[in-house]
Design a binder for this molecule. Structure first.
Ligand code: FAD
Length: 286
């Protein structure tokens, strides 16, 4: 019986585990450092907005995994030893695999801004980010204004979340109109108006320059490239995501922006089959 180890219990890792189980009786171990059980990331916002509880985001009952012979490990993979076919785990014993599937998704981008590591500065990707948001922005008494950096889908979701608690929001968007790289200009203008109708202070053509600290090391304001200083208690960094593959450095698996894969999702390491949403393929598919 082969041991298949899957790193990442998001939709990619879980789908792989379910389909392998349907077709084989291999031993399957599913590892994630984020949460014990798979949950729907796309619905995270509804928890903050009070429409759902976190338990409601779990597509499967907790007993599903044991019943289907899928072992769960709640741990972070610090590195992969491809020579000895072993994944090394933080705070627990490593695991030896026959086949390894890497389904580790993405992490929020940070572009080296001064102040990006201050308290009160965060992205919106993980369950931990959601928990942090409850601390940084539970209400408008504690968070008098939030500044969101990035005019993408996650930025606008974060704006909607904060507005649901009546927290004033400023959005810094690099482009001259919201999502104009995707939408025709008329539609993009409509979205600008819609955002402003929802009392969001939308600043187009504006970049973050720096995040300013208070005496306690928390973000107190942002400075824009227009020379304005905007006071705030939360800075939401939402300028996109990049593949979560840092832990593969030194593993022998070739890395570009993400892991480099063939069109069959194999790495160069023989016997490693990798799956990842943010793959960087060597050859384009026809
Ligand atoms: C707020 C938000 C809203 C979204 N809304 C939508 C939407 O409406 N529609 C849509 O199609 N998409 C949406 N997306 C995108 C969608 O969620 C992702 O494309 C999808 O989750 C990717 O799935 P995945 O399984 O590849 O990775 P992920 O869901 O990122 O899962 C990877 C897992 O691996 C874990 N992991 C990473 N590295 C390690 C390690 N070294 N050790 C252990 N565990 C590790 C991570 O913690 C994570 O739990 C949204 C994303 C966000 C953040």
């Amino acid at each position: 019986m082969e041991h298949i180890v899957i790193i990442g219990n998001g939709i990619a890792g879980v789908t792989a585990a379910r389909h392998i189980r349907k077709k084989s009786n291999h031993k399957i171990t599913l590892i994630s450092s984020e949460s014990e059980h798979f949950f729907s990331r796309t619905a995270l916002m509804y928890v903050y907005m009070g429409h759902m509880k976190f338990e409601h985001l779990k597509p499967y009952e907790d007993r599903f995994w044991k019943k289907n012979g899928i072992d769960l490990r709640n741990s972070y993979v610090t590195s992969v030893d491809t020579a000895n076919k072993k994944v090394l785990l933080r705070n627990s014993k490593g695991l030896v695999y026959d086949k390894l599937i890497i389904a580790t998704g993405s992490k929020s981008n940070k572009f080296g801004w001064l102040g990006q590591e201050l308290d009160g500065v965060q992205g919106l990707y993980s369950k931990q980010d959601l928990d942090l948001l409850e601390i940084n922005a539970p209400n408008r008494e504690i968070c008098k204004r939030a500044v969101i950096v990035g005019g993408g889908l996650i930025g606008i979701e974060l704006a909607e979340m904060l507005r649901s608690r009546d927290i004033p929001v400023t959005m810094l968007v690099r482009e001259s109109s919201f999502w104009n790289g995707v939408l025709p200009s008329g539609e993009s203008q409509m979205i600008n108006e819609h955002i402003r109708e929802h009392h969001i202070d939308l600043r187009l053509d504006t970049n973050l320059k720096e995040i300013l600290p208070d005496n306690a090391g928390r973000a107190r304001a942002v400075m824009t490239d227009k020379g304005e200083t905007i006071a705030c208690n939360l800075v939401g960094l939402t300028p996109g995501v990049s593949p979560s593959v840092d832990f593969l450095t030194g593993s022998g698996i070739a890395l570009g922006k993400g892991g480099l894969f063939s069109s069959y999702l194999e790495t160069d390491i023989l016997d490693n089959y990798d799956v990842c949403v943010c793959v960087e393929q060597r050859e384009a598919l026809g």
